[in-house]
Ligand binder design. Structure first.
Ligand code: MV4
Length: 666
């Protein structure tokens, strides 16, 4: 076994590989880009080497530089993770030439699977079932059209060099064939620099079922059962599970054996995945083989109890597979949900920004979280926006699914928009619960999967008010304790209300609506006038944005995350954002210097309407900030003269930064 391994990746997979290495007593070398200097994978490894600027092609894709780091750090092997260099035959070969073990298959096996039509030919020879179709070398239009007639419409034209759905055209009628062929060729040549195509029978409602295989360098190969990854969006997997719903033991053996034959046909070594497309009746056909450890490998680990990274390390070090086929047992059911920084309301566009709050469900033998980020980290444009993989196990599918729904409810992210509500809707969908998974699932159920935004409930408003008042009280108490005169009546911790009848109104903006909640201070509680009636509220603030509340005798815990005037309330798996416009609460935390205006939240200065020396009047607009897609106008707090302006248009400001100062006019 190796003593030291370099991990040529970042994020959750680099962390996941590092943890297995640590368990096995293998020292780890991380590589990182300038953007990842404070990343979790850097901290988890024993040493970390800077390899370049943020863009992947200048850092994580620089094979030569990474091999140099391996040589200089004394690492004997490189684990490529997935993505980046993991399926780069040239890199695998360069490792070998440098005397470093590439923890993956031989370069020739990567190459053999790189071309779809070549891979299909190998698989046909090995007796692996293929979708009825034409994968030949003759690319004449007449030959391809004849093949389509023979196969029967609808057919699918695919790029031979392709993958991931690029250059795929469905053709329903013979008269459309020539036009679609020309389009497929253009796409194939633009995407892959190769305009060759193949023609297949178009399968309606297919499922994506893949088989995990493993081979060693001494002639053994096994499969570790299947995963169903049918629930996808534009070829991006969203939810994966093992085993596949409805799979029979006989079909499992048949698919497993076909996958093992596929691996053996190309002299495979290490972890691989053979993807099949399956028809509703269970018939299955080879699609492609992925020559790496896949993102969704944890569901296989959960149902087999094996650590696939440990298997990879052992096999790469020359050892035989840890288990024979007969010793592998499938137990229970597992799901993986991928939590992404993306916006389901905005066509799932990747979202970026700082993770202000991250609270994850309790983990253990049945709930696992693989992640590369921590609270405070930035999700940048440079890398995949996956925040975490949530993996759960249960005795059977419904037990596992219940656990998934529960764990998703407890998964809180504030900062970049995420797909957690979408994942929850999927996990709660009756058709999903019934195991009716197929590749068109999300499209088919689109309307019921993207929840409508609802107005803040009374419970949410009550939590927001309670959190604000408790915070103000705490800050008053802090100030009192810090001051030289802690008993001064001005520091009364419960005296936030100085008006006559002890009430105060908070104004919230809730997705375009204004909601006002008046709170009356009563001994031991607040009496809140909520839209739906009065509520007695009391509670305490905990650490990490937690609040314990008692609302009319109902006890509950929630998270309330504050970012300047923005409040995010996370309760019962619902996330609600409110903006609190209240002169009493905003900016109470610090004794603000008279005439000094500070940024209420981090953002960008989008305009500055005054200059130093200008005379301004109270209420005059001075500067506009933009944060989280909202604009804030900074207004003069007093009549006076602008003493200095600290930021110009286009500059970034951090929360609390002094924007400008006004010398008050007496
Ligand atoms: C197909 C198909 C229907 N019929 N081939 C999409 C990506 C590529 N790896 C293969 N894909 C498909 N091939 C035939 N003959 C439907 C798809 C397909 C798909 C396959 C697996 C998972 C998700 C998918 C989503 C859309 C289309």
């Amino acid at each position: 076994m190796f003593d030291k391994v370099l991990i040529a990746n970042r994020g959750e997979i680099a962390c996941r590989v590092a943890l297995t290495c640590r368990r096995l007593g293998i020292r780890t070398v991380a590589v990182y880009s300038e953007a990842d200097a404070h990343a979790r994978h850097v901290d988890l490894c024993d040493e970390a080497w800077l390899i370049g600027p943020a863009p992947a092609r200048e850092s994580y894709l620089r094979g030569g530089r990474i091999i140099d780091v391996a040589l200089h750090s004394g690492a004997q092997a490189i684990h490529p993770g997935y993505g980046f260099l993991s399926e780069n035959a040239g890199f695998a070969r360069a490792c070998e030439e440098a005397g470093i073990v590439f923890i993956g298959p031989p370069a020739a096996a990567i190459e053999a699977m790189g071309s779809k039509s070549a891979a299909k030919a190998i698989m046909a020879d090995a007796g692996v079932p293929l979708v009825p179709g034409y994968h030949g070398a003759d690319q004449e239009e007449s030959r391809l059209a004849a093949a389509a007639d023979e196969i029967g419409y609808p057919v699918l034209i695919k790029a031979s060099a392709g993958g991931g759905g690029k250059g795929m055209r469905r053709v329903d009628r013979p008269e459309d064939f020539a036009r679609e062929l020309a389009a497929a060729r253009r796409e194939a040549s633009a995407s892959f620099g190769d305009d060759r195509v193949l023609v297949e029978k178009y399968l309606l409602h297919p499922r994506h079922i893949e088989v995990q295989v493993f081979a060693d360098g001494v002639g053994n190969a096994v499969h570790l059962f299947e995963r169903d990854c049918s629930v996808q969006r534009r070829h991006q997997k969203v939810l994966e599970e093992a085993p596949a719903p409805g799979m029979t033991e006989a079909r499992r053996n048949e698919m497993g054996q076909a996958a093992v034959r596929a691996a053996q046909a190309i002299g495979y070594v290490g972890a691989g995945t053979v993807e099949f497309i399956a028809e509703p009746d269970g018939r299955f056909y080879f699609m492609e083989m992925n020559t790496r450890l896949q993102v969704e490998h944890p569901v296989t680990e959960m149902i087999t109890g094996e650590d696939l990274v440990e298997w990879q390390l052992r096999v790469a070090a020359g050892a035989p597979l840890p288990r024979e086929q007969s010793a592998l047992e499938l137990q229970g059911h597992a799901f993986e949900a991928r939590i992404y920084a993306e916006d389901p309301d905005n066509d799932f566009l990747p979202a970026t920004g700082r993770i202000r709050h991250l609270r994850t469900p309790e983990t253990g033998s049945d709930v696992r979280i693989d992640t590369g980020v921590r609270e405070g980290d930035e999700v940048s444009v440079h890398y995949d926006p996956m925040i975490a993989k949530l993996v759960v196990w249960g005795d059977d599918r419904s037990a596992a699914l219940r656990r998934l729904r529960h764990a998703l409810t407890d998964f809180e992210v504030v900062g970049p928009t995420t797909n957690t509500a979408f994942l929850k809707a999927l996990a709660a969908h009756p058709a999903f619960a019934a195991g009716e998974v197929e590749t068109g699932f999300i499209e088919q159920h689109r309307d019921t999967l993207i929840p409508e935004r609802e107005p803040a409930s009374d419970r949410v408003l009550a939590l927001a008010c309670l959190a604000e008042f408790l915070r103000i009280d705490e800050e008053a108490a802090d100030r009192a304790a810090r001051s030289g005169d802690p008993y001064s009546p001005w520091h009364h911790t419960t005296g936030w209300v100085l008006n006559d009848d002890n009430h105060h109104t908070l104004h919230f903006r809730d997705d375009g609506r204004d909601v006002a909640v008046t709170a009356h201070y009563r001994p031991g509680h607040y009496l809140l006038e909520l839209p739906g009636g009065e509520t007695r509220a009391r509670g305490t603030l905990g650490r990490e944005d937690r609040i314990q509340a008692d609302l009319d005798g109902v006890r509950l815990t929630a998270s309330v995350v504050r970012d300047g005037p923005h409040l995010t309330i996370l309760c019962d798996g619902h996330v609600h954002e409110l903006v609190c416009h209240d002169p009493l609460t905003v900016g109470m935390e610090d004794e603000v210097r008279e005439g000094s205006l500070t940024a209420p939240m981090p953002g960008t200065v989008i305009s500055v309407t005054i200059a130093e020396g200008d005379t301004v009047t109270e209420g005059q607009a001075l500067m506009v900030l933009e944060a989280m897609k909202m604009e804030y106008t900074i207004k003069a707090t007093t009549d006076g003269v602008i003493e200095h302006v600290n930021f110009a248009e286009g500059e970034q400001v951090t929360e609390g930064a002094e924007l400008l100062a006004i010398r008050a006019e007496d």
